[in-house]
Design a protein around this ligand. Structure first.
Ligand SMILES: Nc1ncnc2c1ncn2[C@@H]1O[C@H](COP(=O)(O)OP(=O)(O)O)[C@@H](O)[C@H]1O
Ligand SMILES: [Mg+2]
Length: 302
């Protein structure tokens, strides 16, 4: 892969008040957000919330009723070489079923005017070398997704837009895709990826944009979503009442959860020291992992 640094500072995707009406109810209603270079941005929303419509407007495949999309700070129609600036993996399959994976990539490269010299390297990059001569119609869903990713990378674009690319991938495929996209962002590229599952993307994304029935309700770094949930402790001992007292007098907020206490406002280190000084032996002290899917559903539920 060539160095992405050339377009580093401008390889940005912007939605500026994008709106699409199909009937009376807008499918997408004034959506604005920015996906930045060096970061993976997750575009999250339940099914039917407007993700695909927004991404297709960003790629110039659906004409907005209002608003505009900008890639690298330019309107789509002003891009000189769109496939060199933005690569896309969309929901529907793109290859002719009778064509082999290699034939598909070569013909797409010709159509895009980028030459076929990278085809073999790309087949290798997406793990399809062994199936290069096979009819793409005989590919598994996961292999078709890999071919779609290779197609998106043909023009070596700094910007990648992927619509639910993890659908149909097995866990190994999801891990592979995460590695590829993280690497792309680490080299200065911009990645915008949609999903209806936060947990699927939690290990990958840096920023989140949440869309609820056509409206963006949240645009933030992923970690800021965790909020108080990230610092919740679960504590067990034989003397819960004494622990409750000492935690509260140290400033913790304590609630009961079954046979354990849940504490917010203290670090695990602090809670352990407090218990030690109160001479209460601990049977369990754990930092609760935030329930990502619950956080997402709270934000994404309409
Ligand atoms: N071509 C279309 N004609 C009419 N309605 C559409 C069309 N495409 C999408 N919609 C509607 O727009 C809404 C958003 O759809 P979509 O963007 O596909 O959501 P998502 O990708 O988040 O599942 C849905 O209610 C859908 O039915
Ligand atoms: Mg969709």
């Amino acid at each position: 892969m060539s160095d992405l640094a050339r377009d580093n500072l401008s390889a940005m995707i912007q939605a500026l008040g994008l709106t699409k009406r199909y009937g009376r109810v807008p499918a997408v209603n004034g959506v604005s957000f920015t996906a930045r270079p060096g970061r993976v941005t997750g575009f999250l929303g339940l099914n039917g919330s407007g993700k695909t419509t927004t991404l297709r407007m960003l790629l110039g495949l659906v004409r907005p009723t209002a608003g505009e999309a900008r890639i690298n700070n330019r309107r789509l129609r002003d891009l000189k070489h769109p496939v060199r600036e933005v690569g896309a993996v969309l929901e529907q399959g793109i290859s002719h079923p009778g064509q082999s994976g290699r034939a598909h990539l070569v013909s797409q490269a010709i159509l895009a005017g980028v030459g076929g010299s990278r085809v073999d390297a790309l087949l290798d990059h997406v793990g399809l070398t062994h199936a290069a001569e096979k009819r793409s119609g005989d590919y598994s869903l996961g292999m078709r997704q890999r071919l779609a990713v290779a197609t998106a990378l043909l023009g070596d674009p700094p910007t990648l837009v992927l619509d639910e690319p993890a659908n149909g991938l097995d866990p190994e495929g999801v891990a592979w895709l995460r590695g590829l996209l993280r690497d792309h962002a680490d080299r200065g590229g911009t990645v915008l990826i949609s999903s209806h599952l936060l947990a699927e993307l939690a290990q990958l994304i840096d920023d989140v944009v949440i869309i609820v029935t056509g409206l963006v309700t949240c645009e933030a770094p992923l970690t800021s979503l965790y909020g108080a949930a990230a610092g919740r402790l679960r504590v067990r001992s034989r003397d819960q009442r004494r622990l409750w007292q000492v935690f509260e007098s140290a400033g913790g907020r304590v609630t009961r959860n079954g046979d354990a206490l849940e504490v917010v406002g203290l670090t695990a280190e602090h809670a352990g020291e407090i218990a030690f000084h109160a001479r209460v032996p601990l049977h369990e002290l754990a930092v609760e992992a935030p329930d990502l899917e619950q956080i997402f559903l709270n934000l994404a539920g309409s």
